[in-house]
Ligand binder design. Structure first.
Ligand code: ZN
Length: 140
């Protein structure tokens, strides 16, 4: 179970998964704006034209169209969009902080090679004889 949580954490905290989730949510919220525009302005206008310029259509919830009602519904949707975006921004910020917290700075690796004092070639640190110039090396 611990391994499962560990793996899920790794999966969920990968940047691209977060980006994808943000994209889907923003996309959904933006669809809401487009739908609000259609429901509140374009559909009533179409209904008005199709009825032979007799009457405006109704709003999505069935109430008769008024500029005030349509405007309010549309502005509500836009406010919802910005609240969604703001909440996402805060979440992503927290996620990024979590990702950087999870990463420990890498310790510098211990050297595995040294320079031969005679020919200055890179040789294994434990070598007692240089592979390049065959000099006997002083013990370190
Ligand atoms: Zn050498």
């Amino acid at each position: 179970m611990k391994k499962f949580i560990e793996e899920f954490k790794k999966f969920a905290l990968r940047g691209n998964v977060v980006d994808l989730a943000v994209g889907v949510i923003i996309g959904g919220a933006f669809t809401g704006i487009v739908n609000a525009l259609t429901n509140n302005f374009i559909n009533p206008l179409l209904a008005f034209i199709l009825s032979g310029f007799q009457s405006w259509g109704n709003l999505a919830d069935g109430t008769p169209w008024t500029a005030y009602g349509a405007g309010a519904a549309f502005i509500t949707t836009i406010i919802n969009f910005f609240i969604t975006a703001l909440v996402l921004f805060v979440i992503v910020k927290a996620m990024n902080k979590l990702i950087t917290l999870g990463k420990k700075p890498e310790a510098p690796k211990a050297p595995t090679t040294k320079k031969c004092p005679y020919c200055l070639s890179e040789i294994p640190i434990a070598a007692t004889k240089c592979a390049h110039c065959t000099s006997e090396l002083p013990k370190a």
